[in-house]
Design a binder for this molecule. Structure first.
Ligand code: ACO
Length: 426
């Protein structure tokens, strides 16, 4: 068997042989297939549904089999045995850390959690009702002004420093955005606490001398962070890579990722799921709602995925985490609607035929709500979890000799060359 593709261009009768590597052909190889002086053949792929944009050794997904692995480790094992910072180390460095490496990594992250007071004032400048994702996006981007040397992306030590800073400061920025929205004083990081326990303290501490979150809730949030830590070339990661390909500093590139994640078709979906469940209000209204979805009136938010066409392994783990959280907080009444909706949708031909299954967002919103997060904060939690993934992908990008500035082609459909018409003649 030869790893090539034979192509006949029926316009010219010419034959071409294109190399197949890793199950792909190089789009640039199609350029030689041309008629006369016209530009060579290109591919048209809105939404990148069948185009690889990079080679990556970070995250493996088999959507049909419902497999997700970080650096080869199954997500189920990482969610059960690891911590978010250990998983972050794994994503960034390719291997699980030794005890010494982990201790030093955790220490470095812990000692970079504070943000510059001017950045605090910057967040204070937002209106009281500013969406926390908008605040997060702007403050991540503002970090680049506090660390101008971050633009020196070719220096590995410098990259490592910015990576440490960003993972350390994301919970602080997210928590400050939340406190701002609540009109509550910001709570500074507590270096005695773990990454996730500190985040919860910065969110919920009031006048008590030390805030101690329930261990089961800390564990549930850790699991959620782990589940969100990377997901190969998704919309926001593609945004980080695309902006990063201009060789801008990592804060600016990650700010683009936060922006992409904000959208309701991506990280914003869990917020939309909660809004949908509230609107349905009672299980009696589910049949009408499902009919509306099937009639194309709206989408069943939290269902469907570009890659997973069997099940989303993260949704299975989250469902389990739901039970642990509800043991502490009491059951969220919307859970009944979600469960019933899932049951009906999994049996309905419309959803079965289109391979639409619950994705990670279907249940995560319920947990976040049980943890007392307002819906606007859900995507912020996703962003904190995804930060190591964005940075691992960014780091891989800037070291990849084959990468170039991202610059897709277009098929021009507009009018060609015409003469300017003075305004009084139009
Ligand atoms: N509800 C109802 N119908 C749906 C849904 C849904 N949630 N998702 C897809 N479909 C239908 C489409 O209308 C389409 O039907 P058609 O073939 O009759 O036209 C078919 O299923 C295929 O859907 P596409 O939109 O082509 O699938 P795509 O891969 O482009 O989209 C996406 C994936 C964006 C996730 C989509 O399923 C969706 O919008 N889901 C709801 C939003 C959501 O939950 N997003 C979170 C994704 S996970 C994450 O970001 C962490």
């Amino acid at each position: 068997m030869t790893d090539t593709l034979s192509v006949r261009d029926n316009r010219t009768g010419r034959d071409y042989e294109l190399a197949i590597t890793d199950g792909t052909i190089r789009a640039a190889d199609l350029k030689q297939i041309a008629v006369g002086d016209e530009p060579g053949l290109a591919t048209y792929d809105p939404g990148f549904v069948n185009t690889a944009s990079c080679r990556s050794a970070i995250t493996f997904i088999d959507g049909d089999a419902g497999i997700l692995e970080y650096r080869g480790y199954p997500i189920e094992q990482l969610a059960e045995h690891s911590t978010f910072l250990e998983v972050s180390y794994l994503l960034l460095n390719g291997e699980l850390p030794s005890q010494d490496q982990l201790d030093s990594w955790v220490h470095n992250i812990t000692y970079h959690t504070f943000i510059h007071e001017n950045l605090k004032q910057f967040i204070q400048g937002f209106r009281y009702d500013a969406h926390p994702m908008g605040m997060l996006m702007a403050s991540v981007s503002a970090l680049s002004t506090f660390y101008p040397t971050a633009s020196n992306i070719s220096d590995p030590e410098n990259r490592q420093l910015q990576i440490t800073r960003m993972i350390a400061k994301m919970p602080t920025l997210g928590a400050f955005a939340y406190r701002h929205q609540q009109g509550k004083p910001y709570v500074y990081p507590d270096n005695e606490l773990s990454y996730t326990a500190n985040f919860l303290a910065m969110l919920f501490k009031m006048s008590e001398p030390a805030y101690k979150a329930d261990e089961r809730l800390i564990k549930a949030l850790e699991v959620l962070f782990i589940l969100h830590a990377d997901h190969e070339q998704n919309c926001s990661t593609n945004a980080v890579r695309s902006v990063g390909s201009s060789q801008v500093d990592p804060y600016s590139a990650v700010a683009a990722g936060v922006g992409a994640l904000y959208g309701p078709l991506h990280g914003g979906a869990n917020e939309a799921v909660l809004a949908m469940l509230r609107r349905i209000r009672s299980t009696d209204n589910i049949p009408d709602f499902i009919e509306g979805v099937k009639g194309g009136k709206e989408k069943l938010m939290g269902f469907g995925h570009r890659v997973y066409k069997n099940h989303d392994p993260r949704a299975t783990i989250i469902k389990k985490a739901c039970d642990d959280v509800f043991e502490v907080t009491g059951v969220n009444p919307l859970l009944k609607i979600a469960q019933e909706l899932e049951k009906i949708a999994l049996e309905d031909e419309y959803f079965v035929k289109r391979k639409l299954y619950p994705n990670v967002d279907f249940y995560s919103g319920l947990i976040y709500e049980a943890l007392q997060f307002p819906p606007e904060m859900f995507t912020v939690l996703f962003a904190i979890g995804r930060t190591p993934g964005w940075l691992a992908q960014w780091s891989e990008l800037v070291q990849d000799k084959e990468q170039k500035i991202a610059r897709p082609k277009q098929i021009y459909t507009g009018i060609r060359t015409r003469d300017f018409v003075p305004i009084n003649e139009r």
